[in-house]
Design a protein. Structure first.
Length: 419
């Protein structure tokens, strides 16, 4: 099996390579091809990834190339994890919304829209070239944010694609730790959109353990998602950390103003990591990598790919077509839920009734995402303004106008139609 990683020069990549090397009994990979236009960075990451394979005794090959076509040639899976504009664009996404009184975050609100506008056209170009060179039944696995919008773009264009996020596997592992069971024993009842999800259940051996978790560990779980315990108690479920941007918007804005953005810290971490990776004696993941983000990304990716390739069917959180799973959304919407995955692809598990406050917010954000994708595909200031007007974290027309102006000015170099 060959896995092509587009964006293989990312400092995330050694986490992925380490997972492929450690979990070869789950997913036997013959070659991992890293693809990235940044040749110097790619060489450093590629050599370190090869050393990780050797350290774990993996007989497979790690290759790297700046040639997208060559890297995707014959691939069984194409995993896309690119960032258009790099950390500089991310820092911009996190900054300009704050100046308009809105949350500064790279996937939520105006920052997420800016990222989608830059990213969707590039992803579709990559997918078109990859599909010509990869195996006929190859899967595209998208780890590129905003995952929900990007995955819908790929599916709408007819690609065999599924979106992946590491938030779910973090919950699975945390719940397992609190319950004293193995992570594989916990199956989440997950509902929502990418970065807008709620854990409605945590099933262990046919019984829902979430009520026990909320009773025994309410304060801990609330602190970990950045919300008051009362919020989780009233909801009766566990929202993801990203719900903090909705449930505590003004508090987050106040705390972020005048402080270094997450992107600035990540840029510092990346520079340090690349220096570490360049050390030819380094054969294990450095501890600093855990601060980069994407915890358990490799386990999530290996598990999903193994199921998609038919070797280990099982449940996974994935971004897929709604197709009636959530009756309050269109069938074409992309949702993030627990799916049964095998060689035929992911099939969402039937959803239980969703409370009106949760279903209403999901529907609201899904409507914004549809408009955001339209703006990314067709461009135009009015489409950007309308998408922002539809977002529950923006809403007011004067704020949407200011955000539109700032977004387009900050991204003119990436958006040909906006120049």
């Amino acid at each position: 099996m060959k896995v092509a990683v587009v964006g293989g020069g990312s400092t995330y990549t050694p986490e992925l390579a380490d997972g492929f090397a450690r979990l070869r009994s789950v997913l036997p990979v013959d070659e991992v091809a890293l693809i990235d236009p940044a040749s110097d960075r790619l060489r450093v990451v590629g050599r370190f990834a090869a050393r990780l394979f050797a350290h774990h005794g993996h007989p497979g090959r790690v290759s790297w190339t700046t040639d997208l076509d060559a890297g995707c040639d014959g691939a069984d899976v194409v995993l896309i994890q690119l960032r258009v504009g790099g950390q500089a664009a991310r820092i911009s996404d996190e900054t300009f919304p704050l100046e308009c009184g809105c949350v500064g975050q790279e996937t939520t609100g105006a920052g997420g829209l800016a990222k989608a506008l830059r990213t969707v056209p590039v992803i579709l170009s990559v997918a078109e070239r990859a599909a010509r060179r990869a195996a006929p039944d190859a899967w595209i696995v998208d780890f590129t944010n905003p995952v929900g919008i990007v995955t819908r773009a790929l599916l709408d264009a007819g690609y065999r694609a599924v979106g992946l996020c590491n938030v779910a596997i973090n919950f699975q592992r945390r719940f397992a730790q609190l319950l004293g069971v193995e992570p594989a024993e916990v199956v989440l009842d997950r509902v929502g959109l990418n970065h807008l999800t709620w854990e409605l259940g945590a099933w262990v051996g046919g019984a829902d353990a979430l009520p026990k978790l909320l009773t025994d560990h309410l304060v801990e779980l609330a602190a970990e998602v950045g919300l008051p315990a009362r919020v989780l108690a009233v909801l009766g479920c566990v929202p993801s950390y990203y719900l903090r941007y909705f449930y505590a918007h003004d508090e987050v804005v106040a705390s972020e103003r005048g402080t270094a953005t997450r992107g600035q810290r990540v840029a510092e971490i990346e520079a340090e990591l690349l220096d570490l990776y360049a050390d030819p004696t380094l054969e294990e993941k450095p501890d600093l990598l855990s601060q980069r983000g994407g915890a358990y990304y490799s386990e999530a990716a290996v598990g999903l790919i193994a199921s998609l390739c038919g070797s280990v069917p099982g449940p996974h959180a994935a971004n897929v077509r709604n197709l009636g799973t959530l009756p309050f959304l269109s069938g074409d919407a992309v949702i993030e839920v627990t799916c049964d995955v095998d060689g035929h692809g992911p099939v969402p598990r039937p959803a239980n009734a969703v409370a009106p406050d949760i279903s209403g917010l999901i529907a609201h954000v899904s409507g914004y995402e549809e408009l955001a994708l339209d703006a990314a595909l067709r461009g135009g200031e009015d489409r950007v303004f309308r998408a922002l007007l539809a977002h529950p974290l923006v809403g007011q027309h004067a704020v949407a106008k200011r955000l539109t102006d700032r977004l387009l000015a900050a991204n003119a170099a990436h958006l040909e139609w906006a120049r």
